[in-house]
Design a protein around this ligand. Sequence first.
Ligand SMILES: *[C@@H]1O[C@H](CO)[C@@H](O)[C@H](O)[C@H]1NC(C)=O
Ligand SMILES: *[C@@H]1O[C@H](CO)[C@@H](O)[C@H](O)[C@H]1NC(C)=O
Ligand SMILES: *[C@@H]1O[C@H](CO)[C@@H](O)[C@H](O)[C@H]1NC(C)=O
Ligand SMILES: *[C@@H]1O[C@H](CO)[C@@H](O)[C@H](O)[C@H]1NC(C)=O
Ligand SMILES: *[C@@H]1O[C@H](CO)[C@@H](O)[C@H](O)[C@H]1NC(C)=O
Length: 520
Amino acid sequence: MFPKPMTLPSSHTYHYLLLCLFLLHHLPPCPATSGHWSLLLPTIGISAMHMQLLPNDRVIIFDRTDFGPSNISLPAGKCRSDPNDMALKRDCTAHSVEYEVSSNSIRPLMVLTDVWCSSGALIPDGSLVQTGGFNDGERAVRVYKSCDQCDWQEINSGLILRRWYATSHILPDGRQIIIGGRGQFNFEFYPKRSPEEKAQNMSFLVQTYDPEIENNLYPFVFLHTDGNLFIFANNRAILFDYINNQVVKMYPEVPGGDPRNYPSTGSAVLLPMRIVQGVVAVVEVLVCGGAPKGAHINAKNGKFDGALDSCGEFKYPTRILNGGTAGWENGRGPVLKPVIYKPDDPTGSRFEVQKPSSIPRMYHSTAVLVRDGRVLIGGSNPHERYNFTNVLYPTELSLEAFSPSYLDPSSSVFRPKILSFPTRFQYGKRVVIPFKVQSLVDMNLVYVTMVAPSFNTHSFSMNQRLLVLDGGNTTKIAGNSTYEIGVTAPPSSNVGPAGYYLLFVVHRDIPSEGVWIHVE
Ligand SMILES: *[C@@H]1O[C@H](CO)[C@@H](O)[C@H](O)[C@H]1NC(C)=O
Ligand SMILES: *[C@@H]1O[C@H](CO)[C@@H](O)[C@H](O)[C@H]1NC(C)=O
Ligand SMILES: *[C@@H]1O[C@H](CO)[C@@H](O)[C@H](O)[C@H]1NC(C)=O
Ligand SMILES: *[C@@H]1O[C@H](CO)[C@@H](O)[C@H](O)[C@H]1NC(C)=O
Ligand SMILES: *[C@@H]1O[C@H](CO)[C@@H](O)[C@H](O)[C@H]1NC(C)=O
């Protein structure tokens, strides 16, 4: 039923599997009754094009600034005057909001320059450092430090080059790398080591560039445990030593050669990485979706090809709800059913179809995992401006939550509850985590995971990391239905860059509510 995983040539003891998946209707028929959707807010005033969870359980959400008024005013009668704005020189509406999970409420924020199709990463102190965009925002760096009154701070010309549709990734030294963007076949770092630090050319982006549709935008970037970057653009991947600007390994083209990066929007997931005695033996990347060659041009001419795929999530999802050729007015055939991907199950039964949503989430929609295990889903705007009438898919301002099947009430007796925990994890040090479970615990089915909060836009989550910590199956009884498990913090900043992670105790594949810990 499913194509066999393709094992690519291994590098050292590691290897990648690139699994290419097929259309949803190729999935075995499933009752699709698991999971639960709820509408959190019918409108947050903006369409959620970018989302990032912060370590205080607030989500920074932003759209673009250059299309006219949004549906929410700036606070306290404030207005933004921007002579460069293409629609409104004086705009009293907000294009960014902060969502607080606990109170289910939003607060409007003022972003000063155009953040359209930009990128970002949380830095080790928990601030969001966000880069690039369009027009007056193309070289901006913006910092969001969270507090009850905080707002965006901007560093003009923080980047050397314009970055529109670039990908960011946090690095083991705490800086971030910003790769590519429209018309940019190069990368740079933020912050710079010195004022002299230059952007560097990257031949892989030249080689994967298709001038007709620019199919290598928003490349899929992951930090490998050996410190190199895995970079997928268009239809192939490399392992890249960014320190010496050298390709360490070149992977063959994906069979068929169809493009998978923006605007042929597919997605990619770094599968859970299991640490055993300080080593991650296998690193797997799942690349899904994309569009057949020519789909983008066809869509411009009114012919809508099916997406190459729509596919799965894994146990702690960064979602992949939709795919296919992206762009204004290009969306057709929305995928409403999320799919959970279980990488440890036998091929052929790894996908679990979940209950469908009733709201199509097209181009410019986003999703992030929050601490309690739900996935927030917002946005969808396949139009140049906000358009709520006489269009196939109106601009969507709502915010929904999807509760995957692991949150179903039938799982609650197995769900661990973390009792107390150390908040600081030092590399390689052992930590003991006490927890409680209502049912009898199956000692062999308890493990601890750490999930990095990623930056989501355009069907991709930047800075993905899900670590399964060393020390599974060491559960001990501590008292009346209380237990403790001893685990080892990640061995190095290559395996887990410093910063905030959500930690979960998992029992029988049912996760606890997460707790925030800081790796240092
Ligand atoms: C957004 O504002 C426009 C203009 O005021 C209005 O027509 C529209 O109904 C609003 N949409 C939503 C979903 O609130
Ligand atoms: C980088 O690429 C640009 C554009 O192709 C070229 O002009 C420049 O010389 C290159 N720089 C280096 C250091 O190779
Ligand atoms: C919305 O889209 C329709 C169809 O293209 C168009 O006729 C209408 O003018 C648009 N409305 C706005 C407010 O842009
Ligand atoms: C725990 O033990 C079981 C049974 O021996 C094994 O299948 C499983 O992989 C182990 N889990 C971990 C996290 O070590
Ligand atoms: C454990 O639970 C039982 C039954 O609820 C109770 O009688 C006993 O005192 C508890 N023991 C401890 C150490 O809390």
